[in-house]
Design a protein around this ligand. Sequence first.
Ligand code: GLN
Length: 536
Amino acid sequence: MSKAKFIFVTGGVTSSLGKGIIASALGNLFQSRGYKTTILKLDPYLNVDPGTLNPYEHGECYVTQDGAETDLDLGHYERFLNIPTSQLNNVTTGSIYNTVIERERKGDFLGKTVQIIPHITDEIKNRILKLEKNKKFKIIIIEIGGTVGDIESLPYIEALRQFKFERKNDVAVVHLTLLPFLSATGELKTKPTQHSVKTMLQSGVQPDVIVCRSEQPLTESVKRKIALFCNIEYASVIESVDVDTIYEVPIKMLEQKLDSVVSKILGFKSLNKINNSVWKKRLQKIKHSKSDLVIGIIGKYVELKDSYKSIFESITHASAFLGLGVSINWIQSDQITHKNIAKEVAGCHGVIVAPGFGDRGINGKIIAVQHARENNVPFLGICLGMQIAVIEFFRNVCGHKTAHSSEMNPKTKYPVIDLMKNQLDVINKGGTMRLGSYRCKLLKSSKCYQAYKSEDIMERHRHRYELNNKYRQELINHGMSLVGTNEDLDLVEIIEIDKHPWFVGVQFHPEYQSTFINPHPLFISFINATLLNLKS
Ligand code: GLN
């Protein structure tokens, strides 16, 4: 395969403009035209990875098949490109410095002074080139986190300047900005965009394309102004107006010809025909589905929805596939009591108890599981949610009221959820959980088997605790079915309750594998169960 082409995506004016979505949408368009595409996220913070970050700081921590704890944008890359990412797809300043300092300790730099330029910038470029070296991709999109002008992202912008100089005809720079709308004068303002491009120019980088986020369509004169002040072609000013669903963005960017503008800059003589008919059909289904179903998501970070990004998107994928509208009732777990639970989940046709760590909100989650179990409400417990289901069952059905997870109560008499053996000696918190894809064997008699239609599945994990094998038999005797196991590690991965219409707890994270084109079977099955509940 010939050399790859590189598209850098930078952001100006404010953060949270959706660089990840624009990068994903552009990737989706190239992919739909038959060019093998991948996306790399460069994160400017000093943490080695986001695994140790609180969701309030950073939203969800996404996990790749090969067990990297990464930025949530990698979830978007997978959901839009429908192919897995890997640890090569997320680079942080912390990991760059780690590598450079380790090499310095080994003596690799032969007595030289180690500096940001060239040593840090070389390492950044190395990480980008690693994706080219494995020869799988024709298009490599690189999203630079943060906003231009941030002190922290300067080494990345400098690496981009060098890279563009070294690989002139293989590089395009797409800069995403915001055009604020002043209602007093009824105008879209271009000045912040001009300033952010000037900031890039100070670092020696001229953007090739400017994508403008705005609430209103851009007039011709606004586009001309941006083209003139920012030294770009008129056709390279792309409008990105707010849309109802992120899955519409590739279609909007296609209408705006973003992919063809970028391909010209990259020296493509022509572009392959696009094949995105499945995507478009699915999108129509979202737009025309009615919203009667309500799913309750119970978690301790619900005020920051990004903490449960992949769960939310998985519900969207499954409901688009089924042509059903679903709305979410976000429920704060530490507000739940025996007294108010019926009111909190009233109107929910199914509930999900979310993943999590630590003690806050645990009692509320146990109460919510009990309510779902006793009232035949479809229930999906994910990771901590599955552990809570086991604790609740062991307390209220098996009758051991003090049962707990040793994570919350290390002294409990019944540690029905306990630390995995190989975690006992672990001291460092970063990157040491059970991470990434593991095999799981399903019982043919289970609801999960009906969903997956396979006895062997692979799912991604991120946890330290597990169902304690000592209590397996007692759980089974009382009517809990242990329907999914990892035979190599002798671990229970899925529990069900046969007598309940749909009660499933999974130790893994199905939400990491759901994509817009391939919704996850477990979410489809769960939503079908909530629909039955609604109808009854
Ligand atoms: N805190 C639990 C554990 O470490 C669950 C983790 C999770 O929900 N991702 O096992």
